[in-house]
Write a protein that binds this ligand. Structure first.
Ligand code: C5P
Length: 230
């Protein structure tokens, strides 16, 4: 069975644009991420349409609520047949454990991933919220909490991947956005890594949006990125 490392971020405002792009990709070579805009506009139908086309879907809704509510949302996401979903680690251990309990840990259960600190958070916002310690220590601490609560991994910056792998072990999955193939437009991403650098640093899955979705030939862009990994 193929095990694609690339998760294509389908950041579109409507299902038909997202599916039009997905139809240009081979689900054996890429997985698909559905985020808040697409889901809020198109709902579960777009997820079901991707699953029925053979895509592993990462439902990136970053749940953060009381444990019971998050557990029910995670169970609903699992019922859609998603491959991966995520919750905010700042919701705490009880919330993360409730999410885990709701979807179980069978081999075919979806992967449950935590979001630590958003990479958009700067020091001023961190201080304003009132968290103590450094941002790096906080990311490692929250990722450790996620692991202890039964999560399968965290979303993180590729810059944090090697420290997190060292602290949390090989089996704890690291999902990294902010990936830019050499020479491509960074857009609004700041601290980027190339796909190959990110995998060497310890990333397990690369979330890549515009370098593929905005390419004239998205499948070719995907194949070029695959080729750059070897
Ligand atoms: O187009 P691009 O490759 O920048 O898309 C990256 C994707 O990863 C987007 O869907 C973005 O919301 C998401 N993401 C991110 N940084 C995070 C978490 C998620 O860029 N820290």
């Amino acid at each position: 069975m193929s095990d694609p490392k690339i998760i294509v971020a389908l950041d579109y405002p409507d299902a038909s644009s997202a599916l039009q792009l997905a139809d240009q990709l081979d689900p054996q070579r890429a997985r698909a991420k559905v985020g808040k805009e697409l889901f809020t506009r198109s709902g579960p139908d777009v997820v079901k349409a991707l699953v029925s086309r053979g895509f592993d879907v990462f439902l990136d809704l970053k749940y953060h609520d009381i444990p019971h509510t998050v557990a029910r949302a995670c169970a609903a996401a699992a019922d859609l047949g998603v491959w991966m979903m995520n919750v905010h680690t700042l919701g705490g251990s009880a919330m993360m454990q409730a999410a885990r309990d709701a979807i179980g840990d069978a081999d075919d259960a979806p992967l449950l991933i935590g979001v630590t600190l958003l990479t958009s958070m700067d020091q001023a916002t961190f201080d304003q919220i009132g968290l103590s310690g450094t941002m790096t220590d906080t990311v490692v601490r929250l990722a450790g909490m996620a692991k202890d609560s039964g999560l399968d991994g965290v979303v993180c910056s590729a810059q944090e991947a090697s420290a997190l792998k060292q602290a949390l072990g090989h089996n704890f999955q690291l999902i990294t956005p902010g990936i830019r193939p050499a020479g491509s437009d960074r857009g609004d991403q700041h601290r980027t890594m190339t796909p190959k650098e990110a995998l060497s640093a310890g990333s397990d899955y690369l979330v890549i949006g515009r370098p593929i979705t905005a390419a004239a030939d998205p499948m070719q862009a995907l194949l070029d990125i695959e080729a750059s990994l070897t």
